[in-house]
Design a protein around this ligand. Structure first.
Ligand code: NAD
Ligand code: MG
Length: 407
């Protein structure tokens, strides 16, 4: 039994669909609101949330006449109340308000908070059996088994919104689970695809933020440059589709046109293609089980001319190797992998460590965690959150020595 539907097996409902967007002011949130704007008669917005940008949240809440708006920063409740004055839109602040937004009745919910902070709100939607477009990969990396089991128990439906996983989701419909032999997710290779290890080591924040194909939030853009994002996505794929690490391959594909491929027993390989525009996978999730009209450009393969593929380099991009290792280790190791990476990326953004030190901090944190005998199965969301917190503390304590080490 899987929470990710393998066939288009749910009947479409009638009337406007109530939708909620967690992380409405972010990059995925923006793409989602863009799609909702295209067909206002089809959707009614139940709740919208953001971290601290009150003005942007209030503007969206008013535009879409949301019933509820929540800001994560508890100090901004009065500001939000003022910004929504006279609109009749209810509001709240703090983590509990984000969870309340997720728990409110909406048929469809976009989970697009960034980082592990998205776990509890997404679980609140899972527990009420919602249909969830899942962009927040950290939910699965931090607590994949638990998250998917809770979804099965509650009858929630998880629609993969990450482009590669959405591609796999679409391609998987060509066969059944017993016939599946392998999945392949593609990676653009990021801005440092052709750089030497020495140059990658010294890469600046500005260089890391220049993604060749995708326009995304800051954290995921840096993760793409380090290929940690692909590591997170390997883990995400394993939990979403209940795959062994050996069934998952990564292929570097600089054009970002083929997003994911599924190989079946007869050696047929079914792929999904599209322009690198997150509105395509999000539109698939929003319309599912139907297809809706999307605003993205049509794919012109003749104009693109060439699609190329390369084997990823685990030496220059150790994050990918570490992700597979964490996945094989299990027992909270992927939670530690994610937490250490979040600490490392924040330190890189704060210019406390070099780019090359991101993977070194993740590796050192994993090594210390395992050597300390902390590996154990995660049995609850609080368990996962406790591991996340402890791993962050460990990573922060290792940070000075990693930062000081010359390379
Ligand atoms: P972003 O930084 O642009 O936006 C994040 C959103 O979450 C914002 O609305 C922000 O206000 C909110 N937020 C941040 N921290 C929060 C907190 N502690 N509590 C409550 N809300 C908080 O990020 P993004 O690029 O839109 O990515 C969102 C998620 O989707 C991430 O997990 C990312 O890995 C995933 N994803 C993004 C893309 C992409 O193209 N941007 C593609 C695939 C998957
Ligand atoms: Mg992706």
């Amino acid at each position: 039994m899987s929470a990710v539907p393998l066939r288009n097996d749910r009947p479409a409902g009638n009337g406007p669909r109530a939708v909620t967007v967690l992380g409405a002011t972010g990059s995925i949130g923006d793409s989602t609101m863009d799609l909702l704007r295209l067909a206002p008669e089809r959707y009614r917005v139940e709740a919208l949330t953001a971290h601290s940008n009150v003005a942007a949240l209030a503007k969206l809440a008013r535009e879409f006449n949301a019933r509820f708006a929540a800001i994560a920063d508890p100090a901004r409740l009065d500001e939000l109340r003022d910004a929504l004055g006279g609109s009749g839109i209810a509001c709240g602040a703090g983590d509990s308000a984000i969870i309340e937004a997720a728990a409110r009745p909406a048929d469809w919910l976009m989970a697009a908070v960034s980082g592990a902070a998205g776990l509890k709100p997404a679980l609140a939607a899972v527990d009420r059996g919602a249909t969830i477009a899942l962009a927040n990969k950290e939910c699965l990396v931090c607590a994949g088994d638990l998250f998917m089991q809770r979804a099965v128990d509650a009858g929630a439906c998880i629609l993969p919104a990450d482009s590669e996983h959405n591609a796999l989701f679409q391609a998987l419909g060509s066969g059944n689970r017993a016939e599946l032999t392998r999945v392949i997710i593609t990676a653009s290779g990021g801005p440092f695809r052709t750089w030497t290890a020495a140059d990658i080591e010294q890469a600046t924040l500005e260089q890391a933020l220049k993604h060749p194909n995708w326009s995304m939030g800051q954290k995921i853009t840096i993760d793409s440059a380090s290929m940690m994002n692909k590591g997170l996505e390997v883990i995400e794929a394993a939990y979403l589709f209940a795959l062994d690490p050996d069934q998952i391959d990564v292929l570097v594909h600089p054009q970002s046109i083929v997003h994911g491929l599924v190989e079946f027993a007869d050696r047929s390989v079914v792929a999904q293609l599209g322009a690198p525009d997150m509105r395509i996978p999000i539109a698939h999730c929003l319309g599912w089980p139907e297809r809706i009209v999307g605003p993205s450009v049509r794919l012109d393969l003749a104009k693109i001319g060439q699609l190329t593929f390369e084997t990823p380099d685990f030496e220059r991009f150790p994050g990918l190797r570490l992700a597979f290792e964490a996945l094989r280790t299990g027992q909270g190791a992927t939670t530690v992998f994610n937490a250490a990476n979040e600490v490392a990326v924040a330190a890189f953004i704060a210019r406390q460590i070099r780019f090359g030190a991101i993977a070194r901090l993740v590796e050192a944190t994993l090594e210390h965690w395992i050597a300390g005998g902390h590996l154990a199965p995660l049995t609850s969301a609080d368990d996962a959150i406790a591991v996340d917190h402890d791993a962050r503390r460990l990573a922060a304590s290792l940070l000075p020595q990693i930062a000081a080490k010359a390379f």
